[in-house]
Design a protein around this ligand. Structure first.
Ligand SMILES: [Zn+2]
Ligand SMILES: [Zn+2]
Length: 376
């Protein structure tokens, strides 16, 4: 089958391939435009707002779906399928996988495979999305357009590949997004007639709830691959360049504490302290009270000890740097003053000496005269 038709079939069946996934993985990076058309359509769909306009219900739906689906990305794709930081039943796992399908970020096994690979090779040449190796744009968006990153390597996610229902959702990863988009359209059509006062329509909810919300969701997620290996602070001295960022934690519901996560991946929480905001963890904690999920994994004490030790060393370093700086600043103020005093003193001594030189003969004379003629 020609490559063009093969790419079209892959829109529906992402496991279809004339060559083995290993052979595809072995190819150099290169953009597959035909395969990327759905991704381009997703972005272009946002322009539909020119024709549909907006309404409060459409905007709030887009925001709510962003939050609920970012939770799917961080709490399910990442903290469940990639790292197994908590447990659930087989039915629960299937429901979680169904919900991740609405994010339009392909299947759970593809996602987990790539993410585990990232942890194994972070910021090394093999890392598919390192901004240090491939540049910012490639780490943010380029890597998912590359033909060598399309297949799922099931041998690297054997713990997930043993569930045929997960493999089916992964293989036909277009099904859930299509059903999701159609549901939004039908909801809009229903509201159009049932509640005309809301001023919405099927096309409007499709544009806001699906195209705009999903596109923003994609870039929020992608910022973890690009920005969190460039911006922020490093608490732990990991072998990669992962960083902690409060702003990125807000955008991604807690994934911004990426340096914490790279140091210890098995914990359910990425914000290791109460002041490190981690809404995904709060959501998972609430979900655990219902019994739907359980066995959330904590951050071990040894990691907190390591963090405290690093903070201690940082404080000492900052203190020594600041005290040295303070001394330098003091010297900068003191030295010119001291020099001025010294110069002034030397000058006044010279003046005094000159005066003394001038006066000395007279004095000596007086003293000599007094000695010679004490009665004078
Ligand atoms: Zn990373
Ligand atoms: Zn991870």
């Amino acid at each position: 089958m020609p490559r063009f038709l093969s790419s079209l079939v892959q829109w529906i069946d992402s496991d279809y391939s004339a060559v083995s996934p290993e052979a595809i993985r072995g190819q150099p990076d290169g953009v597959n435009f035909v395969r990327c058309i759905p991704f381009i359509v997703l972005h272009l769909g946002c322009l539909g707002v020119i024709w549909t306009g907006g309404s409060w219900v459409a905007v709030w739906l887009a925001v709510a779906l962003y939050i609920m689906r970012m939770f799917a990305v961080t709490g399910i794709f990442h903290r469940y399928f990639s790292h197994k930081t908590y447990s659930t039943s087989r039915f629960g796992q299937f429901m979680l996988a169904l919900w991740t399908g609405t994010t339009v970020q392909r299947g759970a096994l593809w996602w987990a495979y790539h993410h585990r690979h990232h942890h194994q090779h972070s910021d090394e040449p093999e890392d598919a999305h390192s901004p240090h190796v491939h540049g910012f744009l490639w780490s943010h968006i380029g890597w998912i357009t590359s033909k060598r990153n399309f297949p799922t390597d099931y041998s690297k996610v054997k713990d997930l590949a043993k569930y045929p229902e997960l493999v089916w959702l992964n293989r036909f990863d277009i099904v859930v997004p299509v059903v999701f988009a159609a549901s939004l359209f039908l909801l809009g059509r229903y509201l159009e007639t049932a509640a005309p006062g809301l001023g919405t329509s099927g096309a409007q909810l499709l544009v806001w709830g699906f195209f705009i919300s999903t596109t923003v969701l994609f870039h929020g997620t992608a910022s973890i691959n690009s920005f969190t290996h460039l911006w922020g602070n490093r608490r732990f001295n990991t072998t990669d360049d992962s960083r902690n960022s409060f702003i990125l934690a807000l955008i991604t519901l807690g994934e911004g504490w990426h340096n914490n996560h790279h140091r210890y991946q098995a914990a359910t929480r990425n914000g290791f302290y109460w002041w490190e905001i981690d809404p995904t963890y709060y959501g998972l904690k609430l979900l655990s009270y219902t019994g739907f999920i359980w066995g959330l994994k904590p951050v071990p004490q040894s990691i907190y000890d390591e963090a405290a030790l690093t903070a201690h060393h940082d404080t000492i370093h900052r203190f020594s740097v600041s005290s040295v700086q303070h001394e330098i600043n003091t010297l900068r103020r003191v030295v010119p003053t001291a020099a001025a005093i010294a110069i002034a003193t030397v000058q006044s001594t010279e003046v005094a000496e000159q005066l003394q030189t001038k006066d000395r003969p007279a004095l000596n004379k007086d003293v000599a005269e007094q000695a010679e003629n004490p009665l004078a």
